[in-house]
Design a protein around this ligand. Structure first.
Ligand code: SF4
Ligand code: FE
Length: 500
């Protein structure tokens, strides 16, 4: 079924009890809790997108697994065009939410497990792939809301998992029916708004770490799972009950997910002790997720560009050459992020015979590396254009106080086409998105911190070959054997992945 947004919200409202904490207190209903409701609304947009006229062609896809149309957020990419539709869809939903809508991690996890279980099947271990395809059909048929959980808490970074077992999620017992796991996953986006979690290992493992090489899926309402929601900048505004200061009233959340001796039935286990595959799984997942950032972050960039342009109009400076230059810079930065995401999609890599389309790892990593920098630049330009008011504007409660309203209206008025309330609304929108976790902090650390992309880029780029070209053109070497492909990259294929 293609669920509507309402159906999704009802499903998580009426699910079994989940153990979620916000600011020390247990949450009764995630869909009504003021701290989490904005997150549910952003997540909901991924369901609505499959029904709304302007987005349904991007928001749906045909599944050959169940022979039905499915929400694209549960789809296994079948072509480079599918991958680029993902980036486009994310840009679009950013426009509808002004937030991170959280469902992409679970989607990337689905595609990652599909590819890795497929690669394991090709090497003779078929059970994971068979189980996963059954699970995938269930997810697609029911349009399940998935979170993806990769990042372990990691403790002392120089110690391996087996040297500090509590810092990585691990298998504590294997029975014929399933496995028991303990540990914690950190920074899990959208967790409280999800119905199920796909858990994956966070790094390459050695043989000694094989108890940590585990992937599975589990419903959030399973006994032994506890979620502690993290705080965000300006999060107190959600509790204020206003309608201007908290704009856009949709946002994301992240949580620390604790697994206290949780039982996972065997049919939900997609990797168990396969330590050699752990690093490959991480690499596949991170490139998928890094590609996506080119879509969602450029979508938020559009909102910020639009807000800055409007604020310039509100004070009558939109035609000033320096304002136009700044707006133009913002567009260049934004389209760079998007363009890289699209390139990562269209220059995709086929990892198995009947599909398994993986993003181009160079462009995916470049995309995410740009995303660690450009949103800060875009926010800086928008701050510059908006003026100091972005840091000093009175609250909506001042505007609503009859004693203060006439003064605020008089002294903060700009061009007469706009009211002072318009100005405050736009300032708040810009502030809440431009300085949000979704646009800044997540842009740095989501899908792996900046250094992780540099390492990946270095692995793909062939400096030796670039040097050979230079040596040939400087005639230090008289001969060169040119490669067939134009880019001096080591083209990734399954073998290369396996050797990493
Ligand atoms: Fe999706 Fe972007 Fe949020 Fe990741 S950061 S979950 S890609 S919207
Ligand atoms: Fe993310």
């Amino acid at each position: 079924v293609l669920r509507t947004g309402e159906e999704y919200v009802n499903a998580i409202r009426h699910r079994n009890k989940v153990e979620v904490y916000v600011m020390g207190k247990e949450v009764k209903d995630v869909t009504e809790h003021p701290f989490l409701k904005p997150s549910v609304l952003a997540f909901k947009a991924t369901y609505d997108a499959a029904h709304e006229e302007d987005s349904k062609s991007l928001g749906r896809a045909w599944s050959s697994f169940i022979n039905e149309e499915v929400n694209r957020f549960t789809h296994i990419h079948r072509s480079p065009e599918d991958l680029s539709a993902k980036v486009k869809l994310l840009r679009k939903i950013s426009h509808k939410t002004g937030a991170c809508f959280q469902r992409c991690v679970g989607w990337d996890a689905l595609n990652t497990i599909y590819v890795t279980s497929r690669l394991m099947a090709e090497r003779g271990k078929k059970e994971y792939y068979e189980r996963f395809v059954e699970y995938l059909k269930y997810v697609q048929k029911n349009d399940i809301a998935l979170a993806g959980a990769m990042t372990d808490v990691k403790g002392v970074r120089t110690l391996r998992p087996n040297e500090q077992p509590h810092a990585y999620l691990r298998v504590t017992q294997v029975t014929k029916d399933g496995i028991y796991v303990s540990g914690a996953k950190a920074n899990i986006t959208g967790i409280a708004a999800s119905e199920e979690i796909i858990v994956m290992p966070t790094r390459a493992m050695s043989e000694k770490d094989k108890d940590f090489a585990v992937a599975f899926s589990i419903p959030l309402d399973t006994e032994g799972i506890k979620v502690i929601i993290g705080r965000q900048v300006n999060d107190g505004r959600r509790l204020e009950d206003g309608e201007i200061d908290g704009l856009p009233y949709r946002t994301n959340h992240e949580g620390l997910v604790i697994f206290d001796n949780v039982f996972v039935p065997m049919e939900r286990v997609f990797m168990l002790g396969d330590w050699q595959m752990s690093g490959i799984l991480v690499e596949i997942f991170s490139s998928y997720h890094r590609q996506g950032y080119g879509g969602c972050k450029s979508g938020l960039g559009d909102v910020i560009i639009g807000a800055a342009y409007n604020l310039a109009k509100q004070i009558g400076v939109e035609k000033a050459p320096h304002i136009q230059n700044k707006l133009n810079e913002m567009v260049l930065l934004n389209e760079n992020m998007y363009g890289s995401g699209i390139a990562a999609s269209l220059d995709a890599v086929k990892l198995c015979e009947d599909g398994c389309w993986w993003v181009n790892p160079m462009f995916a990593n470049v995309t995410k590396q740009l995303v660690t920098r450009f949103p800060y630049e875009i926010t800086k330009f928008s701050t510059d254009i908006a003026g100091g008011i972005i840091g000093t504007a009175p609250s909506e409660w001042d505007l609503k106080n009859p004693k203060l309203k006439p003064y605020i209206e008089k002294y903060l008025q700009g061009m007469m086409d706009y009211s002072t309330e318009d100005r405050l609304r736009m300032v708040r929108l810009l502030e809440n998105i431009g300085f949000s976790v979704a646009f800044l902090i997540e842009s740095v650390h989501g899908a792996g911190s900046p250094e992780a992309q540099r390492i990946a880029i270095n692995r793909v780029y062939d400096y030796e070959y670039a040097e050979k070209i230079a040596k040939y053109l400087s005639q230090i070497e008289k001969r060169i054997e040119f490669k067939e492909n134009a880019e001096p990259w080591r083209r990734t294929d399954t073998e290369k992945l396996a050797n990493n």
